[in-house]
Design a protein around this ligand. Structure first.
Ligand SMILES: [Zn+2]
Ligand SMILES: [Zn+2]
Length: 184
């Protein structure tokens, strides 16, 4: 089972779209997606860096990991709407830790408005789905892929995200299949 949980205030329709897409895809691996309860942002204030006005992504993963363990989930994905960063990077769209079986994505930088463009719910939804599929791929042991159309391609910017498809390429999908079989 894959658990998807919002952290803080996130558009509910967007979380539903992510849950639907991920659920349809992972169904072929006989995995179901469960919608988890929203996690409050307040306990994570230590992740907030006032100098950068951003949140340190990795702080969220252990808590998600515990939520997942309780439900015997094979992966937990937190969905947020705050600006995330990691040391050495100006920002991140999301991050994952395979040993914690946990990942987060943020929609903060996925909105067209962030880039001075007109709001576009369809585009926002596509981007959120791609980032969710990418981070879940990491949780299941996939690494970055050189194929620019593969969802495991690294997104340096939103243009990379827009160029890739929401799917794993053939070789990433084969690897995913093996990883999911081995780990039963
Ligand atoms: Zn990645
Ligand atoms: Zn690939």
């Amino acid at each position: 089972m894959i658990l998807v949980s919002p952290i803080g205030n996130v558009d509910e329709w967007l979380v539903e779209e992510v849950v639907d897409f991920v659920g349809d895809y992972y169904y072929r691996f006989s995995m179901k997606v469960k919608r988890g309860p929203a996690v409050p942002l307040r306990p994570f204030l230590k992740a907030y860096n006032p100098y950068r006005n951003q949140y340190l992504g990795r702080i969220f993963l252990p808590t998600l990991s515990l939520m997942g363990k309780r439900l015997k989930a094979r992966a937990v994905l937190g969905v947020m709407d705050v600006d995330l960063y990691e040391e050495g990077l100006n920002f991140i769209f999301g991050l994952a830790n395979p040993s914690l079986k946990a990942a987060v994505v943020s929609i903060y930088r996925l909105r067209p408005e962030f880039y001075g463009e007109r709001p576009n719910e369809g585009l926002l939804m596509e981007r959120a789905i791609k980032e969710a599929m990418h981070e879940l791929g990491h949780v299941f042991g996939l690494e970055h892929c050189l194929n620019v159309r593969c969802v495991m391609h690294f997104s340096n910017s939103i243009y990379d995200t827009d160029l890739k498809t929401p799917f794993y390429c053939f070789s990433c999908e084969e690897k995913l299949r093996r990883n999911l079989e081995v780990k039963g």
